[in-house]
Design a binder for this molecule. Sequence first.
Ligand SMILES: *Cc1c(COP(=O)(O)O)cnc(C)c1O
Length: 339
Amino acid sequence: MKNIDWKNLVFGYVKTDYNIRCYFKDGKWGSLEVSTSEMIDLHMAATCLHYGQEAFEGMKAYRGKDNKVRLFRWEENWRRLENSANGVLMQPVPKEIFEEACRKAVELNQEYIPPYGTGGSLYLRPLLIGSGPKVGVSPADEYLFLVFVTPVGPYFKEGFKPVKMQVIRDYDRAAPLGTGSIKVGGNYAASLRAGQRAHQEGYATAIFADAKTKQYIDEAGPANFFGIKDGKYITPDSESILPSITNMSLRELAADMGLVVERRHVALDELATFEEAGACGTAAVISPIGMIQDRDTGKVYEYSKDGNAGPWCQKLYARLTGIQYGEVEDTFGWCTVLF
Ligand SMILES: *Cc1c(COP(=O)(O)O)cnc(C)c1O
């Protein structure tokens, strides 16, 4: 076990000992390489740098109550990376290479997995980039797939507390027929200005309206949105939303726990009717939303009377994190026990 102040870990980069790399060259993937360097040697005309040919994933490995290490739904991350690769004409990563790289990255850096009880986990960042040179706009002939890991602390240092969000209409993160539904860096670049302004104005993140009509909820910054009302778990359906694996899991749990699940257009007007609201993604699992202000109309929607997350947010969070830490039976078979 490394000498790390586990209790004060944030969601940031901490150097680990190894990362795993695999190169696609001359029409085929090579064998996995273990590297101790944090640097990559990249051609200055690589397509990832100029034309945004890149995609990434985010997933976590957890040290459980039984001391075993679990990886959560990695096949879904592989499938999504394949979609992202196809979306920007990159060479998809074969499933066996993805799995082996993730397993190796966790195993070789196991001393960096935060101990059970600290609320931390080992974050895996698979990355696929066009590494071959091109000057004309066309897909690269060479690709680099790499997986690095970094230990991360609990997302909420002060506990599971609701945050404030802001509805905006003057920036779009993605167009309906664009790249919003794949995990590519360009979407993040496009959302940085809105995110920074939301922070400056005192909000955790900006909630984007759909780019076409500005009538519907799209994405809550880098996370999916959901609302709870009348015994229903409601989450937006949109062509420009990234299909969150956390959201997929919460929908399955919600249904299992007796909620009716609806995935459909969610009008911004409907914000007034929710009993609870949250944003979801791997980093935080659930960010309960206490209040949303509409930046244009000034309307305020409140979801927390006592400063705490609502009962369904709490129950869903407890069940999902319980499965990830091996405290609760993994009835859906979501975890792969690595060792
Ligand atoms: C990664 C991501 C999410 C969350 O997906 P998870 O699989 O739950 O981590 C949500 N929205 C955007 C835009 C993302 O990039």
